[in-house]
Design a protein around this ligand. Structure first.
Ligand code: ZN
Ligand code: ZN
Length: 146
């Protein structure tokens, strides 16, 4: 949280109480991929004065400051996750078409293809993210039982 605070101040934005509460929701949450609505549901329990519009604006600001990463899983809702480069490098998303659950998955495919791509096109890859669409264990079981 302190590094995040510093980063916000560096950019001359005030680290308002509301912004702190919204960011804290990400630090506390185990579900790392939250939409503005998800965040709003969490913060309004203890802070009923925070509106959905404030949440939207703060998430956009945090994305600009690269504190959060904005993700699009193709369901029409933007999700956000903490932009911790160490964690996010080579972490991919498994997106369930049944229940919408997003699971993280780590595997560095890059080792297999980086040299090949560099040799063929001269392109030097530093990061990437993959999205896999399918069915989670629970939904696969349900599909199977039908
Ligand atoms: Zn599912
Ligand atoms: Zn993620």
């Amino acid at each position: 949280m302190n590094t995040l605070k510093k980063k916000i101040r560096e950019h001359k934005y005030k680290f308002t109480n509301q912004r702190q509460i919204i960011l804290q929701a990400f630090l506390d949450s185990r579900e790392n991929h939250m939409s503005a609505e998800d965040v709003y549901e969490i913060v309004r329990v203890d802070n009923p004065d925070i509106g959905l519009a404030t949440v939207y604006r703060s998430l956009e600001l945090f994305t600009q400051l690269e504190l959060l990463k904005k993700l699009d899983f193709g369901d029409g809702r933007s999700r956000y996750e903490l932009n911790d480069r160490n964690i996010n490098h080579s972490h991919h998303h498994l997106i369930c078409l049944g229940c919408g659950k997003v699971t993280e998955f780590s595997y560095d495919f890059l080792n297999d293809i980086r040299d090949k791509i560099k040799k063929e096109s001269g392109f030097d890859i530093v990061d990437y993210q993959l999205k896999f669409y399918g069915y989670c264990k629970d939904c696969a079981k349900k599909n199977h039982d039908l």
